[in-house]
Design a protein around this ligand. Structure first.
Ligand SMILES: [Zn+2]
Length: 376
């Protein structure tokens, strides 16, 4: 597990539990998208499932790499980046005691209506057949079984309630890991029964190292923009590169700076909408049964983050120049960029309450422009 990039605190905590033999039976791995939660869950599962665990020079418990269980999991490569793009369906069949539950499993359901449903949630039927029922069966290869629920926030309340009994009375040798970037969508009854492990955004250098390896043709400027846009998420860096999203930054960020100089960009709302919509269409094309609604949300989250991150950069620049003896002037300088962050949070709430994407984008563009221009 020591090779999981940039998440030392989480990894150290799990290592400590392994070395003292005090593992929990249920975990919530929570933190931003694309920072290694899922990779860590797989690495932890590999150690839990190993038949002949050892220890490295630092005293950390490690998988042996040679037993039948490790043999089936040799393709797991901790340190690489999991994203919603990865198709880890193969994992569920590669090892009989490692079960990965994701919304995509609905594609393999025996039930036609579940199979044909758009993938915006993890259907409760999938949860039953892929987790609750197999959790009560004996392990096939060793003494343990591990269930990883990816994007656990996509379990609806009925699904979460169905999980409670398994969490309360876990069959011996069963470990459950809920991976989520939206922990607040898990019921308090679920949260209180799990050990929570926090994952943080990765340091910028981790994203730079990733760029050097995976996008070596980028100019220094492009790389700086990508690092800012990715804001500590390698999963996001992958999406930006794969779907050409640096164009968003090239169009939207200068518009913000123009607004701060009192100049509006009349079609900004339409541009923002077109960017998100085009991304969502491409994303759905690349994912069988992909839901346009879920892809819109993924794209919108990235757009709001792009804008809010730039506001934070401007706030940091302005704060560095603030004079301690003039608090009113300081407040006036910072207020418009704080308002930009508020506007992105409002846009997120709008979409969350099913306001149409185009209206949300127009509303955001007007709010940004008005607040930034007002301070000019
Ligand atoms: Zn092993």
């Amino acid at each position: 597990m020591d090779r999981v990039l940039g998440q030392n605190q989480a990894v150290d905590l799990l290592n400590l539990q392994l070395s003292t033999g005090r593992q929990h039976h249920a975990y919530i791995f929570h933190g931003p998208v694309g920072v290694g939660k899922f990779t860590t869950a797989l690495a932890y599962a590999r150690v839990l499932l190993c038949h002949d665990r050892g220890a490295d020079l630092a005293g950390r418990v490690t998988a042996c790499g040679a037993c039948p269980s490790c043999g089936l999991l040799t393709n797991l490569t901790p340190g690489t980046t999991p994203t919603q793009d990865d198709d880890t369906q193969g994992l569920t069949t590669a090892h009989p005691d490692l079960h990965v539950i994701r919304k995509e499993l609905a594609r393999f359901s025996e039930d036609t209506s579940t199979r044909n449903r758009k993938l915006t949630r993890i259907p409760v039927e999938v949860l039953r057949s892929a987790l609750i029922e197999p959790a009560n069966l004996a392990p096939r290869l060793g003494k343990n079984k591990v269930f990883i629920v990816d994007e656990a926030e996509l379990l609806n309340p009925a699904g979460q309630n169905a999980l409670l009994k398994t969490l309360e009375e876990p069959p011996v040798g069963t470990t459950l890991i809920l991976v989520t970037s939206q922990e607040d969508r898990l019921l308090p009854t679920i949260q209180s029964r799990c050990m929570r492990i926090a994952f943080s955004p990765l340091p910028d250098q981790a994203v730079r190292d990733w760029c050097a390896k995976h996008a070596p043709d980028q100019s220094a400027d492009q790389q700086n923009t990508l690092v800012e846009f990715a804001s500590g998420s390698l999963g996001r860096a992958q999406l930006i590169t794969r779907y050409g999203l640096l164009a968003w930054a090239d169009a939207v960020l200068p518009a913000l700076d123009r607004a701060a100089r009192g100049k509006s960009t009349p079609d900004l709302g339409q541009q923002v909408f077109n960017f998100i919509d085009t991304f969502a269409v491409d994303f759905v094309k690349a994912h069988a049964n992909g839901s346009k609604e879920a892809a819109n949300k993924l794209g919108a989250d990235m757009m709001w983050s792009l804008i809010a991150t730039r506001a934070r950069v401007r706030l940091a620049d302005l704060s560095a120049n603030c004079t301690p003896d003039d608090p009113i002037a300081n407040e006036q300088a910072l207020a418009p960029w704080l308002a930009v962050i508020d506007a992105t949070e409002q846009a997120q709430r709008f979409l969350g309450s099913n306001v149409n994407l185009s209206i949300t984008c127009d509303h955001l563009a007007v709010a940004l422009t008005r607040r930034l221009a007002a301070a000019y």
